[in-house]
Design a binder for this molecule. Structure first.
Ligand SMILES: NC(=O)c1ccc[n+]([C@@H]2O[C@H](COP(=O)([O-])OP(=O)(O)OC[C@H]3O[C@@H](n4cnc5c(N)ncnc54)[C@H](OP(=O)(O)O)[C@@H]3O)[C@@H](O)[C@H]2O)c1
Length: 373
């Protein structure tokens, strides 16, 4: 194994834009030394690591899981196994193409493997977190699988109990979690109404299976949703955007609908800079509408829920894995960059250029590319 490189967040910034300009740095990285690793550890040479919204907002402490700098970002990654400890089992071997479970290794995990983020030439993970890539997915697709589709499963299945024939309104449908939710809702037999700010991005959402797409800002959301549902309103809202669209959505639902709170991409500054708590809360829902419409408002934190109830994970993981193995879900990745171009990748994520996934590809320097997997 030769010397590589990794991205490091040196200090948390005031907000994500300041973080992109000042907090990240690229530095040389010696390959991990097997003599210092555990007997059930695995060394992965990273080929592709996702650049997620969470990686971005984490760098200014705007994410609930607060990292202490310096740390290497990269919640999810995929690559080639380069070393396997003697007690790692036989489910992976040197040379295998693998993905790593971001809840067990990397910045979103808890404990010893948190420091091995995927924006690096190499990472170390416990064997229990390392899996051969299913369903012929590419490295770029594999590092956009578990987090996004497990979140979609948690929201739509575990929390939302979406039934065949129901209508689901999905906001932020061009995003990583939104596009996964579109695909999962279709697998569940729902009719999908997807929203977004860009017609070009919504064309991809439609190609991914959405039955109807709505460009927000064209006409009042309520009129468009009511027209598509015969005046009735939707059964379920999947909201990863927050802010104004949440308020509008409460007027687009049938009586007794489920309102799934997945995120707040439109109002990301929840901390008062550098992770200090106390910023004004931009996401407030009116209780009078919730009461009069008999709504079930359901928070859907995919990772936090596991910490409280580990039994939620095995069926969720197994179902996502089956769908991927059977070719029913395929993450869409609109942007890929060499690791040297991490700032361009972060800017693309922040400015909303990305559709679905964005990845960094560590290793030998290559020109930044825009690829579609
Ligand atoms: N519940 C969970 O467990 C969980 C897991 C992962 C992420 N999340 C959260 O879910 C939210 C979405 O995450 P993601 O990974 O899907 O993010 P993403 O890939 O960046 O997608 C967010 C989407 O929201 C839309 N959007 C609408 N208004 C926006 C605005 N003002 N600024 C930015 N985007 C806006 C964008 O679509 P258009 O450009 O087409 O409008 C964008 O594609 C985030 O808040 C994230 O923290 C929650």
């Amino acid at each position: 194994m030769t010397t590589g490189q990794r991205v490091v967040v040196r200090e948390l910034a005031e907000d994500p834009r300041a973080a992109i300009e000042h907090s990240f740095a690229l530095e040389p990285m010696a390959p991990p030394d097997p003599a210092t690793l555990g007997a059930a550890d695995v060394i992965v040479e990273v080929r592709s690591a996702s650049v997620g919204w969470v990686d971005l907002i984490m760098s200014s402490g705007q994410y609930q899981h607060l990292m202490q700098p310096p740390y290497t970002p990269g919640l999810e990654y995929a690559g080639v196994v380069r070393w396997v400890g003697p007690d790692a089992g036989d489910h992976v071997a040197v040379g295998d193409p693998v993905l790593v479970d971001g809840l067990l290794a990397g910045p979103r995990s808890l404990g010893a493997y948190q420091r091995w983020g995927g924006w690096a030439s190499y990472a170390v993970a416990p064997a229990a977190a390392v899996f051969r890539i299913p369903g012929g997915l590419s490295f770029d697709q594999a590092c956009n699988l578990l987090g996004n589709y497990e979140t979609a499963y948690h929201a739509l299945v575990a929390r939302g109990r979406v039934q065949p024939g129901e209508t689901v309104l999905i906001h932020g449908a061009s995003g990583s979690t939104g596009l996964a939710a579109v695909q999962v809702a279709k697998i569940l037999g729902a009719t999908v109404i997807a929203t977004g700010r860009s017609a070009a991005k919504l064309a991809v959402v439609a190609a991914a299976g959405a039955d109807h797409v709505i460009a927000t800002g064209d006409r009042p959301l309520r009129d468009q949703v009511k027209a598509l549902t015969g005046g009735r309103g939707v059964d379920v809202v999947h909201d990863g955007v927050g802010g104004d669209i949440s308020l509008e959505s409460l007027r687009c639902v049938r009586f007794g609908a489920r309102y799934l709170i997945v995120g707040w991409a439109a109002t990301p500054l929840v901390a008062d800079g550098k992770g200090r708590r106390g910023a004004p809360n931009a996401n407030l829902l009116p209780t009078n509408l919730i009461m009069m419409k008999g709504l079930d408002v359901l928070g859907c934190p995919a990772a936090i829920s596991i910490a409280h109830d580990p039994s939620l994970r095995p069926p969720r993981f197994a179902q996502v894995w089956r769908w991927a193995t059977d070719g029913l879900i395929k993450p869409y990745v609109s942007h890929g960059f060499a690791i040297e171009d991490y700032a361009a990748a972060l800017r693309a994520r922040w400015s909303g250029d990305v559709i679905g996934g964005c990845v960094l590809r560590p290793g030998p320097a290559t020109a930044a590319t825009t690829a579609r997997s």
